[in-house]
Every structure is written in C-alpha cells, then in structure tokens.
Design a protein around this ligand. Structure first.
Ligand code: GLU
Length: 546
C-alpha cells in the first residue's frame, strides 16, 4: 500500500541526502558568521531593513564570513513589480554589499536559488521527509471550519489555534486522507507539534539574552494549499541548506521561535544562533511608539535620499544607534573608517532603539563637515541634479566656483557645520549665485541714511589689493568715522554709549553682499565673488536705499 508521504508527494524524487550533498557545509574559518537578509519584496524599504542589514553585514564581514540576500517572495499577492530591484539598489546605496544571493542580474553563489518561489521542489523534499517521520500531516479543514473553531475557542475563552483536540486531521486514518485527496479537496500540510504549552524552556538570544519561553503546541501550517511554504518552514529549510550560522531578524518573530526550534529538531537540522532586533521607536509627545509606515515618512529609506542626507551620515547615525560605545570610539578615532569599529550584536539594545531625528541631523553635520570640498561638491551636485535641477545645473556649470564656496571653513580643527543635508546648501550658499541673492533688508534699528553712508564710504575706501587685515582695518576706520565704535569690548560694556559698532557696519556689508544676516567671513566671500562683482552688489544695495 502507498504510504502517506507517497500519496502527498508523488512527484518528489530527490532525497534530503542529495540536497545535503548539493549544499555542503561552507568551508570557512572557525568563527566566521554566515548570515543573510531575507526581505519580502513589498516595494517598501525601511530603516528597519537598514538596521538589520548593517547588523548582519558587520557580523559577517568582521568575522571573514558571508552575507547573502534571499528574497522571500512566497507571498505573491503582496509583491510589487520591480520591488526586488528597488530593494537591492537601496541596500547597495547604503553600502550593504552582499557576497552572494539574489542580484538584479540573477543569482550569484552556490547555495541558490535565492528566490523562494524557485525553491518549491526543495521544500517538498523536506515536507515529504517530515510526513515520513510522522511529523507532518495533511489537513483538509475549510476556512469555514477553521473560523467556526476559532469562534468556539473564543466563546470558551480558550487559546485559539489548531492544537490538541482541535487538531482535527492530526490522527485521521489513511483511508480518510485518501478519500479526501481523491475527492480533490484542497489541503495544507501541518506540523505535528510535539510540544506542550504547560512546559517552558530557556533559550539564549544574542541580543535579548536568556529568555524563558513556552513550548509550542500548535500544529502550524508548513505548506499552503498551493504547495508554497509558510515563512516558518522556508526559514528552517533555507537557513539550513544555505548554511546560515546567525539569523538576524526583527523581534516580531520571537513568538514563533519555539515553533522554529521544533522544526529544526524535527528536520534534524542544527539550530542557528538568533539575533532578534527590537523595533525602531520614536518619541510622540511624552511617550514612545514604534515608527509607523502610515504616520512616519522618515521610516522609508527613500526619505533620507530625497531629504539629502549623505549615505555616510545615515550609516554613521545607525552605528551610534546600534552600539552605544560607537560614539566614544568615534571620538577616539575621528578619522577612522566606520568598518574599523569592533561592532558587536551583544551591544544592541534588547528593547529596540529610539530614532532621534535631531541626533541624525547633528551626526550628519559632523560627517559633512569632515568631508573634503570635492566630495561635498560631488555628492551635493548629484543630489541637486535630481531633486533641485535648477540649482544642480548652476553647481555643475562651474565646478571650481562651487568648490571654492564649499571649501570655506573646511579642513581645520574646527570646521564649519553649516550643512546637515544637501537641502540646506541652497540656503547656505545660494547668494553666491546672482539669481538666488535675496533683496537686502537692513537692520531697522538704523536709519537708511546711516546704512547708505557706510556703504558709500566702503566703496570709496576699499582696494582690491588689500589683504584681510588691511581690509578689516578700513572697515574699522569707516566705523569710527561714522561715530560708531570699532572697540567691541567697550561697546559690549555700554552699548548705549555708541550709536553702533563695527559689528553693525559689517552687518550692513553682509546684508548688501549676501542678502543674509549671517554668512561666512566677508573677506572670503568677496574673494570668491570677485572684487568688482562684490562692489556691484554694494552699489546696487546703495541704489535701493535711495
Ligand atoms: N521575510 C521575513 C521578513 O521580511 C524575513 C525575516 C527573517 O529575516 O528571517 O520579515
């Protein structure tokens, strides 16, 4: 007589031994971590993907291991066309380079296929094995039956699910199964759980530490009616055959862990180590909540690109988020490559991380401040061409000019920190381009005539041959001529003793030259604008005062 496993899987001819031989243990040094990202291609790539990606990437590459990408595309209904490409490109953009797995061009590596829909045959080999071992069985319950069951359980205030006396198909005789199959009834394959919900056991997670968990007694679905595996079954089969040593994933999977442990045991697989990452949260008023796709645009990875955060800054920020000792390390190693940091999954916060936009902005300012002008120029221009094409065109038209602007205050011990994002650049440096120069608005505390007098005197006394010191001496001299003081200490001690100070005169010049009340050093600005063009602006401002 045909056995149940032959009845259910007549097409399966491969054996688990053949698969074991086809996907042998990897030849890697002791301690090398093999890990993966296993995202579902829903088209939405979020900050959580990056947190998980960087954690896995660091763990693999710091140990001489392997990071691979597996696409979990078993839920065809949720799949968005092009999502796999978007996913791969976004992760690449953030420096997450996979050693193997799904790529835009196809599969790379010896442990594939890396897209789950292409692995149906493999899952069925192990499904058949479990049936042979008496660890899985077909269930022909209809949706209506399952709903009725759940309602009864709820009414009785019992735990809901397919377990114990509710596991209706667990011990049916073979003839009944055969009859249902012959009648063409759809079925799912269920796990025969050996667990008992009154028992607990200890489990060690690399982030969460030692946890006490309850055994699973639910006969969960392994294969859906279309033969496609559930996440749980695919996780066990894939991570075993792909020789994953560490599973880094979101802690929403923690409740399924007791089931996963049973599955690995039933299949005769060695259990990988687990790194369950807590969620990303944000402050909402006085309380914390999880970042939400619906409410928080900053959850999407595309947000950072459009907002103009350099990849390096997002990377740096995520590192500070993941390992609390990263900032100390950074202070001690200001110029080191972040990959030199001794990253450890054990330093992750088990409760998850608080995402702090202000902190990201701060980190980004520091990261941009340390970049050489040429790099700032290249990244900014690339961003602007896409997100502010008009500005992008101006930047691209005269690279030397733009780089001279971006070089202001860069390179020293205390570099300027004007830019947190590329979006800030136009506000900061736009005045260097005539089209973006705002009309001057002078300090209303001073009569127009006073401002006009200062500007006119400046035009008369200035000389393009003056160096910075000589230039400023002349500004001070015209300050004194106007009855203002050039002695800032005296002015600060008693402002009422003077009609104004050299700071006010510089302010007039600044507004005339830049249209703004703060800007980089004026002499430097004039140097970049060119003497004549700068004086042209002062003259125009003077005209405007008449
Ligand atoms: N496809 C699962 C998810 O996106 C993968 C979880 C895992 O890494 O195992 O949540």
């Amino acid at each position: 007589m045909e056995t149940l496993s032959q009845l259910l899987f007549p097409h399966v001819t491969k054996t688990p031994e053949e698969l074991e031989a086809q996907y042998p243990p990897r030849n890697l040094p002791e301690g090398a971590v093999v890990t993966r990202m296993a995202p579902s291609p829903t088209g939405f790539v979020h900050l959580g993907n990056l947190v998980q990606g960087l954690t896995s990437e660091r763990m693999a590459h710091r140990t001489g291991g392997v990071l691979f990408l597996r696409v979990e595309d078993t839920d065809a209904k949720r799949e968005v066309p092009g999502a796999v490409e978007v996913l791969i490109e976004s992760l690449k953009h953030y420096g997450i380079a996979f050693d193997e797995g799904a790529t835009v061009e196809g599969d790379l590596g010896n442990y594939g296929p890396y897209r789950q829909r292409q692995r149906a045959e493999i899952y069925h080999v192990y499904a058949k094995l479990l049936v042979e071992k008496g660890m899985a069985y077909p269930c022909f319950c209809t949706e209506e039956e399952l709903t009725a069951m759940r309602e009864r359980q709820e009414a009785n205030k019992e735990t809901t699910g397919y377990y114990g006396k509710y596991a209706l198909w667990r011990d049916r005789p073979l003839e009944e199964v055969k009859a249902a199959l012959d009648a063409g009834k759809p079925w799912v394959l269920r796990f025969r759980s050996p667990g008992d919900s009154s028992r607990q056991f200890k489990f060690n997670d690399l982030v969460k530490g030692t946890l006490t968990v309850t055994e699973n007694d639910v006969d969960h679905v392994l294969l859906k009616a279309d033969g496609i595996p559930t996440y749980h079954f695919a996780h066990a089969v894939d991570d075993h055959l792909m020789r994953t040593t560490h599973v880094v994933r979101g802690d929403e999977w923690l409740p399924s862990l007791p089931f996963h442990i049973q599955l690995f045991q039933a299949l005769g697989f060695k259990l990988p180590k687990y790194v369950h990452i807590g969620p990303l949260m944000k402050m909402d008023g006085a309380s914390k909540r999880k970042l939400s796709k619906r409410k928080d645009p900053e959850l999407a990875l595309t947000y950072y690109q459009a907002a103009g955060f350099p990849v390096e800054a997002v990377y740096e920020y995520i590192m500070t988020l993941l390992n609390s000792n990263y900032e100390d390390w950074r202070r001690a190693n200001p110029d080191a490559d972040p990959t030199a940091f001794p990253f450890s999954p054990k330093k992750l916060n088990p409760a998850g991380n608080l995402f702090d936009y202000a902190k990201l902005t701060d980190v980004s300012k520091n990261v941009i401040a340390k970049m050489p002008a040429s790099q700032v120029y290249n990244l900014l221009t690339k961003w602007a061409v896409q997100y502010d094409p008009e500005f992008g065109e101006k930047l691209a038209a005269d690279p030397a000019y733009a780089q001279a602007i971006l070089a202001i205050g860069r390179g020293g011990k205390k570099p300027r920190k004007d830019l947190a994002t590329w979006k800030d650049a136009k506000e900061y440096m736009g005045f260097f381009y005539d089209e973006y120069l705002a009309a001057p608005e002078f300090d209303p505390r001073f009569p127009k005539e006073t401002v006009a007098k200062a500007l006119a005197r400046y035009l008369e006394t200035g000389d393009p041959a003056d160096d910075a010191a000589a230039w400023f001496e002349k500004v001070k001299a015209l300050t004194e001529e106007m009855g203002f003081t050039a002695d800032m200490r005296a002015y600060k001690a008693d402002p009422s003793a003077f009609p104004g100070s050299v700071a006010d005169v510089s302010g007039f010049l600044r507004v005339a030259l830049t249209g703004k009340t703060n800007s980089p050093d004026l002499y430097t600005v004039i140097g970049i604008l060119g003497w004549d063009r700068a004086n042209g602006r002062i003259r125009a401002a003077l005209e405007g005062l008449k």
